[in-house]
Every structure is written in C-alpha cells, then in structure tokens.
Design a protein around this ligand. Sequence first.
Ligand SMILES: Nc1ncnc2c1ncn2[C@@H]1O[C@H](COP(=O)(O)OP(=O)(O)O)[C@@H](O)[C@H]1O
Ligand SMILES: [Mg+2]
Length: 253
Amino acid sequence: MAEKLIVKNLVKEYEGEQVLKSLSFVVKEGEFLSVLGPSGCGKTTLLRILIGLESQTGGKILLDGKDISKLPASQRGMGIIFQNYALFPNMTVLENVEYALKIRPETKTDATQRAKRTLDMIGMSDQLKKRPHHLSGGQQQRVAIARTLALNPSIVLLDEPISALDVENKEIMKRELKDIQKKFHSTMIYITHDQEEAFFLSDRIMVMSTGTIEQLATPLEIYNNPANEYIQSFVVSHLNQKYESLSKCIGRL
Ligand SMILES: Nc1ncnc2c1ncn2[C@@H]1O[C@H](COP(=O)(O)OP(=O)(O)O)[C@@H](O)[C@H]1O
Ligand SMILES: [Mg+2]
C-alpha cells in the first residue's frame, strides 16, 4: 500500500506546554487507522492540525508526497466527521448532501447525481425527500457521512463520531462504518477513547498516552505483543476484563 499521509516530528505547544511531543507516523492508502487514547491525550489536537484548523508548533505533514504543513484547510481536501453532525434542518436529505457539491465549481454540474449515488451507497436512497427531524439519529449521521464522502475527500477524519450514541445504536453504527469503509475504499483516521471500537474497526491502531505514541500496530499485534506496561493495562487488560473470549469483540481476526 502506498503511503498516503506522512507525519514527521509533529509538535504542538499551548502556552509553552507540549501537548503533542514529536509524533511521527505513516497512514497507508485505503487504511482504517484508529487513534486510541484517554481523554486529554491530544487526539483532537492532532486531528485539527492534520486537517489544517490548527497550526503545529513544529514538524511536517505530507499528503501524497506533497508537503501540506502550511496549506489552509480548504486546500487539503480532507473530510471530517464529528459527533455533532449538524445537518441543515430546513433542507431535505438530498439537498443536505447536494449543498457542498453545488457551491464548488468542479462538482457543480453533476451535484445531484453524485449526491444520489453516494446516498444510495450508504443505504439512504429511499429517504431523499425527508428532512433531518424525520430521521433517526443513526440515519442523520449516515447523511452527514454521505455529505462528507460525496466530496471525495483525500482522507476522512472522524472524531469520536459514535461516542454520543446509546449502546444499541453504537453497535449498529460500528457495523455500518465498517461497511462504508469497504465500499468507499477511503483512507480513514478514526479517533476514539474506546478500546473495543478501535479493535473492531481498524486495520491498525495508534495508541497514545499524553502527547506520545505508545504503539502503532495491528489489533492482533497489539494484543499479542503489547509494547509496554501502558499498552498492557490500557488496552490488553481492559479487553481481557471485559471479554472472556476476544473473538467476541474483534471482527477481523
Ligand atoms: N486551544 C487550546 N488551548 C490550550 N490548551 C488546549 C487547547 N486545546 C486543547 N488543549 C489541551 O491539549 C490537551 C489535549 O487536548 P485534546 O487534543 O482535546 O485531547 P483529546 O481529544 O485526546 O481528549 C489537553 O490538555 C487540553 O487541555
Ligand atoms: Mg477529543
């Protein structure tokens, strides 16, 4: 797999304090990479720097071999999905997805077709005329995902997108995210503090403690060969405590 994103010695300081301490890692083309770590370890800061909403204190970001470290967010072509999907309430499902396509010259002419195709792939083609308040939370989030994917982003960044859902909807959305990733073959960076989510969804997991990468490997490698005590307690023991058999929680092994 080609190297899609290369991050080199990325540092972020807030008021003299390093919240990201020289992170270096590579994300491969088409990969689903989770960034797993406890609250406050720097996940959202990393994501905001990658997409260009925040500037780094030091280090480089290369996208498809090109240095994008200083490019504005609008020129990085990345898509982002948050917990609060914020659809336009006065627009239909189709209009919500069409909107961003219609305001860009390169997608203006076939905006409707593209929006319909993406909504179809995401299983929402029978809901095109509905307004968001007539949809379930999960459906609304699918529309938000379609809206992002329709723009054909270079990378999709997801910041704890399902953490606000109840247990049942979380399970459903987890499966759907996996299906969506298979269908669209997008490179995805998925931020979570939830060990099971990371294990269920990811090709590889980057486990962080405060501002630092502790291990970056496949779920199986992490489980079988935890790099240190931190990984052993934050990831392995946690999963062992929760499950008698790991096979119940890991779909891909
Ligand atoms: N704008 C900011 N100014 C000062 N400190 C910040 C700012 N944004 C985040 N931080 C600090 O950076 C650290 C990492 O935060 P964040 O990236 O939101 O963590 P996570 O997403 O992993 O919960 C925290 O200690 C937080 O208080
Ligand atoms: Mg966060």
